[in-house]
Design a protein around this ligand. Sequence first.
Ligand SMILES: C[S@@+](CC[C@H](N)C(=O)[O-])C[C@H]1O[C@@H](n2cnc3c(N)ncnc32)[C@H](O)[C@@H]1O
Length: 335
Amino acid sequence: MRKKFNSKSKGKNLHASRENKDKDNKINKNKDNKSKNIKNTNKNIKGKGKNDQNKNKDNKKSKDTNKDKTPTTQYIRVNTLKITPEKLKARLTDKGIELEDTFLEYLFKIKNTKVPVGATPEYLFGYYYLQSISSVIPSLVLNPSEKDMVLDMCSAPGGKTTHLCQLMNNKGIVVANEVNRKRIKSLKSNIFRMNITNTIILNSDALRLKYFNSFDKILLDAPCSGNDIKDKNREVSKRDIRYCSLRQKNMINIGIELLKTGGELVYSTCSAEIEENEEVIEYILSMRKDIELINISNFKDTITGISVVDGEVNGTIKVIPPNEPFFIAKIRKIQ
Ligand SMILES: C[S@@+](CC[C@H](N)C(=O)[O-])C[C@H]1O[C@@H](n2cnc3c(N)ncnc32)[C@H](O)[C@@H]1O
């Protein structure tokens, strides 16, 4: 099995290499030092990859095997545009759905249920969305306001889009982009079901978007090797990971082109692979002079009930198992 990037010693190296740069909670972009650090980082990454190869001759892992070991806890995110958390909790409790509070007043853990939670009248009325606890974090970190022009670059089926709209009280504008026509159907249906009215749906390849310098906030919840795209039993190879990593680097670069100066972009994936996470952030910070990393490490303190730790690049965070893995970083365009 391919080992995840969670080596503490490597983490320390990366943190140490950034220590002097982090005085005001931002990663200062001293380019000379940075390129050295990035080279070191890449060396470490490559070194780690070699170790992995030695340990894993077939160089593959079964996603299903991983998932089978992890109990799937379900959560519901209350659509506060339609109902209050208290009212929904009372209605669902009456139906035999036992709910437990979480760190977020409108997110409940399903402890027990006598009915299918994806087929209740309340679900069909758009009173809630079934969403993992890890995947509510990117929209919270982006923190859009009612006045913002927001782009969700890869939005289907719309879990984070509808969460963003909820945070914006159905105001401002959200452009929900998705390349896959089939997945647009579920996006549309969720937007309609949840009474979202501030959203424009766009069916485009995010890499071809040309609305340069237009958005206050951008969410790039990037396609990654953690997504079950076609076959749940498909094995993820190093090649898949490299392919995703390259696409993610291109996407984040386009995302920054689309941001206004002063605008902010949240990058997230549900992959635990360093190539798709820290490496993408290191890459974009080394490539562009017009951005800075916003340190979201303190965000960890606002979350309870799941394991959120610092990413290997100082200022980033990640959710680690048994919850769904998630990596989150926030970037500001400064020029
Ligand atoms: C991780 S999923 C997004 C999940 C979504 N943000 C949510 O919370 O419901 C990634 C999505 O990106 C889409 N995608 C892949 N390549 C894309 C591209 N080049 N442009 C736009 N969307 C793309 C996939 O079809 C998939 O729907």
